[in-house]
Design a protein around this ligand. Structure first.
Ligand SMILES: Cc1cc2nc3c(=O)[nH]c(=O)nc-3n(C[C@H](O)[C@H](O)[C@H](O)COP(=O)(O)O)c2cc1C
Length: 189
């Protein structure tokens, strides 16, 4: 069975450097494992997501939240806005069920206008997914304005981190599959 991976990027415009970064991680994971990939961004969520309850979300946005909850693993990205993840990105994540991501393998990525906010992934995104008890991979990926160009990751060091994060995600996916298979094998004995 291919691993169902959902990539979600908090960009509100296209073309988007954040979307390019999550796509790069997804391509790298696809080189390592058979995956069934769905990529979403905030543009896909449409307008009208400024609602206070999940049941009031427009259908395209509700489908993204459901996809995030139902995935085997996630690749997450946000543009840096004022030193943190974007507000609209957080607003959609706020509708994810508090227990839906427990133990889920997740890669964290972000893009910004320069190098100064590279640690946003560590001080904003990682605690957010810590709230959900997700399993974030140790290597996060950040790219500044010159490191993604013409729809591709142009910087060799960022490409290396993409490959490292993808490899870590693949190993977490394997570990999750193994821990599911072992009790089944024991029960069949
Ligand atoms: C409202 C706003 C606030 C921003 N704040 C920051 C910031 O604090 N630090 C930073 O490095 N870049 C900042 N940027 C630049 C974006 O993070 C950067 O251009 C990002 O790569 C855009 O991603 P996208 O192409 O996926 O939309 C800001 C951009 C906008 C529009």
């Amino acid at each position: 069975m291919p691993t169902r991976i959902v990539a979600f990027s908090g960009n509100t415009r296209r073309p988007s450097r954040t979307r390019t970064l999550v796509e790069a991680v997804a391509s790298e994971v696809a080189r390592l494992r058979p995956i069934e990939l769905k990529i979403y961004d905030l543009v896909d969520a449409g307008t009208g997501i400024a609602v206070e309850s999940r049941s009031a979300l427009p259908l395209p946005a509700a489908r993204i939240v459901e996809a995030i909850e139902g995935a085997d693993a996630l690749i997450i990205g946000s543009p840096v806005y004022k030193g943190s993840y974007s507000g609209l990105f957080k607003h959609l994540i706020d509708f994810v069920g508090p227990e839906a991501l427990i133990g889920k393998p997740v890669v964290l990525t972000a893009t910004g206008g320069g190098p100064r906010h590279a640690l946003v992934v560590e001080y904003s995104l990682r605690p957010l997914f810590g709230f959900f008890s997700a399993q974030t991979v140790p290597t996060s990926v950040y790219a500044g304005d010159t490191e993604i160009a013409d729809g591709r990751v142009a910087d060799e060091l960022v490409r290396a981190r993409v490959a490292q994060a993808a490899g870590e995600l693949a190993r977490l996916i394997d570990a999750a599959a193994l821990s599911e298979a072992l009790p089944r094998a024991a029960a069949a004995r």
